[in-house]
Design a protein around this ligand. Structure first.
Ligand SMILES: [Zn+2]
Length: 205
């Protein structure tokens, strides 16, 4: 059984890894990896979308505003469900539901005005305005990642780990020939291989 600390990051995009914090979407009672705001912080740091210094500030802020942190967690899960709906549709070659697209647009509407371009002699980078004072700021890079993947990504390479043997986790296939099938060998690929081996053994007996 995986924990949040060992959770596979096989999505190849922060938005898809975020969707994959439920395992799995195909099960009636899926495992929830984001049980608290603190889990959300930990996930974002491990994902590489939240600097540790900022995470420490947000943790202190969350401790002083527990109700607000709880609301952000609820909003994060809602957004995750919308992103799942959206990208699962793309993976299946369908048009996403209008509600899921609207949810992402609403999130972008809150997020994009907070973007700030920083430029120095060594180069330019995106930063955020007021991220240390906003408990929702840990979601901003994930929200931007979703829009960037949709606009710039190769949509044909967004795939779902196939049911019934696979788990429905979503990933961007970055393999050379685009032949990746499973979320990961640790989760599904290995299980399927083991099951096939078992079936073959049984047939031989
Ligand atoms: Zn899988």
């Amino acid at each position: 059984m995986q924990t949040l600390a060992t959770l596979d990051r096989c999505g190849n995009a922060p938005c898809l890894d975020f969707v994959n914090t439920v395992h799995s979407w195909l099960e009636p009672q899926p495992r929830e990896y984001l049980e608290s705001y603190s889990d959300l912080l930990r996930w974002a740091v491990d994902e590489g979308v939240l600097p540790r210094v900022r995470a420490r500030r947000l943790r202190r802020l969350a401790e002083s505003r527990p109700d607000q942190a709880q609301r952000v967690l609820a909003r994060a899960r809602e957004l995750r469900a919308a992103m799942h709906g959206l990208f699962a549709a793309v993976a299946a070659g369908r048009s996403p539901g209008a509600g899921d697209v609207a949810a992402l647009n609403a999130a972008l509407d809150r997020t994009l005005p907070r973007r700030l371009l920083r430029v120095s002699a060594s180069g330019a980078r995106w930063d955020w305005v007021g991220a240390d004072e906003d408990l929702e700021s840990l979601l901003w890079p994930v929200i931007v990642s979703a829009s960037e993947l949709l606009i710039d990504g190769d949509l044909a390479r967004i795939k779902a780990c196939p049911s019934p043997d696979g788990c429905g986790w979503l990933f961007l296939d970055t393999s050379k020939n685009g032949s990746r099938r499973w979320c990961s060998m640790k989760m599904c690929g290995g299980t399927v291989k083991a099951r096939r081996y078992y079936r073959r053994k049984k047939a031989e007996d």
